[in-house]
Design a protein around this ligand. Structure first.
Ligand code: PLP
Length: 379
């Protein structure tokens, strides 16, 4: 891999991150390699860095990891899903009896992991709201914690917390700071540059963005943390498939373009939602009136394509969906399709029945906004 010049913009970085030096006669982007064992020949395993077995080393994962690590500003390890990455970040570094601080209002599967698996293994888990973690850090209440995991912007409420401030507190407390950067992506926020020890991504979402694969990653600037995570992945086998890693790398090339359209649409969508009588509680951190506005615009590098808002109840959501052609009912977010998810139907988030997470796709902004207006008028 060659490191990119510091001055290159996000479009250039999206395409060129992780590229190998050009070799005449080879493709611009390597094809996926399908192999479980590799030839050993008459040499000992891994002689001169040769790949031996795909669970522990694989050229297609490395290409994806080089690209994502370049954007994150650290060394990256890919995992089979976002949850496999979150599990690795926490479980590889936290032991029985350790104190682990998690968001009370973040991605619900992370809370299920803690409740059903980590607590069972003797980890002392504490849940703190995303907007409250700054106060906990400022009070010095992180002393004795082994790890703090933040999710910012949080999912689905889009609350934001000050990563640099919490990083100073975790460092002082001797704890590790991990940030779930899924919603922002490495182009929207750089947790490692803000002082986090690890950044975690559910690359199933906007980073790959085509709603056709599951993938996750962890990046870190610490060699020690990297080695521990690599050991965890080797032992647990939570590696991605070669085809998914290749698709993920391919999809990343358009990240800058996709995020730009999603953000443009999100700005228009947030405005329409905020001005419509059928809607309450609009959240989008780039609305000047949003409680996260000041911090998000200071800490983040660009807006996200996710907006949340509330309709009156479940029946209002049904009328909205029946009247819409472009707002497809689906969970997940960050993909090329505009989608909307009634979060209460999953039972994991503390939200009212009519709470919706809108994920703006890359269709024409005018079409998506016109469809939104029509569907809201039908509510
Ligand atoms: C979706 C998501 C995950 C989990 O990703 P999967 O690929 O579905 O396992 C983790 N964190 C956040 C913030 C997410 O949105």
């Amino acid at each position: 891999m060659t490191t990119l010049p510091a001055g290159w913009g996000d479009g250039t970085r999206s395409v060129r991150a992780g590229d190998a030096p050009p070799v005449p006669g080879t493709p611009l982007r390597p094809s996926p390699v399908f192999a479980a064992p590799f030839h050993l020949g008459d040499r000992p395993p891994r002689a001169d860095g040769a790949d031996a077995y795909a669970r522990t080393e694989h050229p297609t994962f490395r290409a994806f990891e080089d690209a994502v690590g370049e954007l994150d500003g650290g060394r990256c390890l890919a995992f089979s899903t976002g949850m496999a990455a979150v599990t690795a970040a926490v479980t590889a570094l936290v032991s029985a009896g350790d104190r682990l601080v998690l968001p009370a209002d973040g991605y619900y599967a992370t809370r299920l992991l803690a409740r059903d698996e980590l607590e069972r293994l003797g980890v002392r888990v504490e849940y703190v709201p995303t907007t409250g973690i700054g106060d906990v850090a400022a009070r010095g209440d992180l002393d004795g914690a082994r790890m703090v995991l933040l999710e910012t912007p949080s999912n689905p409420h889009l609350d934001v917390c000050d990563v640099a401030a919490v990083a100073r507190a975790t460092r002082a407390a001797g704890a590790l700071l991990a940030v779930d950067n899924t919603t922002a992506t490495p182009l929207g926020q750089r947790p490692l540059a803000l002082g986090a020890d690890l950044t975690v991504g559910a690359d199933t979402k906007a980073l790959t963005g085509h709603s056709d694969l599951l993938l996750g990653h962890v990046s870190t600037t610490s060699g020690e943390v990297f080695d521990r995570l690599k050991g965890w992945r080797d032992h647990t086998g939570s590696t991605p498939g070669a085809f998914d890693a290749w698709l993920g790398h391919r999809s990343m090339s358009t990240l800058d373009l996709r995020l730009a359209r999603q953000a443009e649409t999100a700005a228009a969508v947030a405005e329409v939602l905020a001005g419509h009588p059928a809607v309450t509680g609009v959240r989008w951190p780039w609305l000047a009136s949003d409680p996260s506005h000041e911090l998000a615009t200071r800490q983040m590098l660009r807006p996200v394509g996710v907006v949340s808002a509330e309709l009156a109840d479940e029946a209002a959501v049904s009328r909205f969906l029946a009247a819409s052609r472009l707002w497809t009912a689906a969970t997940s977010f960050g993909g090329v399709h505009s989608t909307v998810d009634r979060r209460a139907q999953w039972g994991g988030d503390a939200v009212p029945a009519g709470f919706l997470r809108f994920s703006c796709g890359i269709e024409d902004t005018d079409d998506v906004v016109a469809d939104l207006t029509t569907a809201l008028d039908a509510v």
